[in-house]
Ligand binder design. Structure first.
Ligand code: SF4
Length: 490
């Protein structure tokens, strides 16, 4: 990659801005009021749902393959430490350098050290949500290393100075007119056109030049095979293959949970991933990476590094209540079927992973304090759990996280980071009083009589409840009084 500034080389890349998940409720309110955003997400989600349904419309077709996917993921997680050790041994034998990172800071330090070693001032990147998780672009830019996204959707959001709003389709929130405007403004000598093919050709032209000069290519990983020491990468644009083969150094980054034991475990998961994500039977590219270029080979990187990130995953793995979170294969189907995500889009969440998967994984990555509102952003309709190709019980996990945000750990469980962060002593006291009264019929009857007598004093404004609903008021008479005498008991 050349060392010119982003503006000189591939269009003016605005600085990234990060949205705080603590602002989730305000962001969601703004997003709900944006009719244009709602319409784009609704139609995009309808499209993706129909694509998935063309493969998995019938439960009879879906359930058997999903059971296989679930059992592979559960098996892999049950042996996670052992498989990771096996993976490391086999990767080292193939000449891949393996790095372990507990935190985003450690992962970024590894990237920076490799870039310094290679004398690289820049990196070209394929799509990787884990690199978003560690804010790689931003952190490298602070150290004078320029990262350029080469996945078309990622390139668009990078040019716009935004974050991906969907884990599979990062720029799904943008219309073709917005992208046309962006290209015309940020890429030198680019006239406005909203012809999609022309826009793709413009992006390709810019990126192709960058591949030629890049010293370091970065990619994510979809599956790691412990037994063979192999990294698998699924993609449609071919940029992943370019990133992993053209530059002299390839750095792959992924979470520790992506390991499976045997190569034969990959195919069922690949099958579930592509059909659930984009409704494709297969993707255009399936890359199998088995180490650096060998003696006598004409192409491929001279060095391959794998960065394995924990960043809170061990916390989820350790707790039997939350381990299933790590079964995720990042297909995005839960987001596509979530009524909340479809209305507010991905950016409102303020986290790397939005939607239902974001609501269950982010509390482990970031702690429950900043993310406490996310598990509450669900109607618990169950659609996410029904479509998940590896049968993660997402609604159950949401309920458990809600509980963890307001309670101490259950006996035998270690506290989650930020456990109890949403606890309110007023609410706890109110529920204690409620329970006490409800267990004592005489007190209950007295409380109801007093409540009815004071009914007229019920406040008309009741916080968030009355923002969209009529005030709660005690009924004039209860069900028991309304029942015919002979039916009443007690
Ligand atoms: S939780 Fe399930 S549906 Fe959602 S992204 Fe992960 S694998 Fe896909």
């Amino acid at each position: 990659m050349n060392t010119a500034t982003p503006a000189d080389a591939h269009g003016s890349v605005a600085p990234l801005h990060f949205v705080d998940p603590r602002r989730f409720k305000e962001n969601a309110r703004e997003a709900v009021n944006d009719a244009h955003l709602r319409a784009s997400f609704r139609s995009a989600m309808d499209f993706l749902q129909a694509k998935r349904a063309s493969h998995f419309g019938e439960a009879q077709t879906f359930e058997p393959v999903r059971q296989v996917g679930e059992s592979i993921r559960r098996h892999s997680l049950s042996r996670l430490p052992e498989l990771l050790e096996m993976l490391e041994r086999n990767l080292l034998a193939r000449g891949v350098q393996v790095h372990w990172a507990s935190t985003p800071e450690e992962a970024n330090a590894i990237f920076l050290a490799i870039a310094r070693d290679a004398g690289a001032k820049g990196m070209i990147k394929g799509k990787s949500m884990v690199s978003e998780e560690i804010e790689l672009n931003h952190r490298m830019a602070e150290q004078g290393v320029d990262c350029l996204e080469s996945d078309m959707g990622e390139y668009i959001v990078q040019l716009a100075g935004e974050r991906p709003s969907h884990i599979i389709m990062p720029a799904i929130h943008k219309t073709k007119q917005q992208i046309a405007q962006l290209f015309a403004e940020r890429i030198p000598d680019t006239p406005y056109t909203d012809d999609v093919d022309a826009l793709i050709a413009i992006g390709r032209r810019v990126l192709r030049n960058e591949f030629r000069d890049a010293k370091i290519g970065v990619s994510g990983v979809n599956f790691m095979v412990a037994e063979t020491g192999t990294l698998c990468l699924v993609e449609n644009e071919g940029n992943g293959r370019m990133c992993t083969t053209v530059p002299d150094v390839h750095i792959a980054i992924t979470g520790i949970e992506k390991v499976v034991e045997r190569f034969e475990h990959v195919l069922p998961l690949f099958n579930l991933l592509t059909r659930s994500a984009t409704g494709q039977a297969v993707t255009t590219y399936f890359n199998v990476i088995s180490g650096p270029r060998r003696e006598g080979e004409l192409d491929g990187p001279r060095a391959v590094h794998l960065v394995l990130l924990d960043n809170g995953r061990t916390q989820a793995w350790r707790d039997p209540d939350f381990r299933s979170t790590l079964q995720c294969i990042r297909c995005g189907a839960c987001m596509n079927h979530c009524p909340v995500y479809a209305r507010i889009g991905g950016l409102a969440y303020g986290t790397t992973y939005p939607g239902p998967i974001g609501a269950i994984i982010s509390p482990h990555l970031l702690g429950l304090e900043p993310t406490q509102a996310l598990p509450t952003a669900s109607t618990l309709c169950g659609a996410c759990g029904e479509v998940c190709p590896v049968a993660i019980p997402i609604p159950d996990l949401l309920m458990k996280l809600r509980h963890a945000a307001t309670h101490d750990p259950l006996p035998g469980h270690a506290p989650l980071a930020g456990q109890g962060a949403a606890r309110s002593w007023k609410e706890a006291l109110a529920w204690k009083a409620w329970a006490w009264v409800n267990q004592r019929p005489a007190w209950y009857a007295l409380a109801v009589r007093i409540g009815r007598a004071l009914r007229g004093l019920t406040p008309t404004r009741q916080g968030g409840w009355t923002a969209h609903r009529t005030p709660m008021k005690l009924a004039r008479s209860g069900l028991r009084e309304r029942l015919p005498k002979g039916v009443r008991r007690g």
